[in-house]
Design a protein around this ligand. Sequence first.
Ligand code: AMP
Length: 147
Amino acid sequence: MQNFDKILLAVDFSDSSMNACEYALALATKFGSKLIIVHVINEPVDLRGFYVPHISFDRLEQEIEEGARKMMDKFVANSLGGFANFETLILSGIPYEEILKKSEEEHADLIVLGTHGRTGIDHLLFGSTAERVVRTAKCPVLTVRMS
Ligand code: AMP
């Protein structure tokens, strides 16, 4: 069987992704894997240099990144217990694209994510990020539904 040396966990800080984290953590502990925890800031591409002058947009971007970093630090402090073999990444772009790109760059053996996220619509089987990752990923994907 394939080793799970690297597990990429995608988090949007929703309850669903926190729930997925418990599974990623259990697997990483069992298989001695490194956890790569990724959050993607949804890049507002159309905003850049169009509605907002560059200087204030740059500042806004910086503040968004700092906010995301703080949320990630809080997430890690609350969710990982004593688990130390992890790395966190804050990326910008379209979430499913960045998750897939990073999973390939890192040669991740598994991607773990919630079936739904902050924007998830409950009656759908998968949210749009989850669906696109499942359909396109080159490695196995574990999607976790909140019970
Ligand atoms: P969604 O498909 O957007 O409903 O979200 C499903 C799952 O995809 C979430 O529970 C997260 O695990 C992951 N996800 C969604 N958005 C992001 C994001 N911006 N950054 C990282 N992971 C995300």
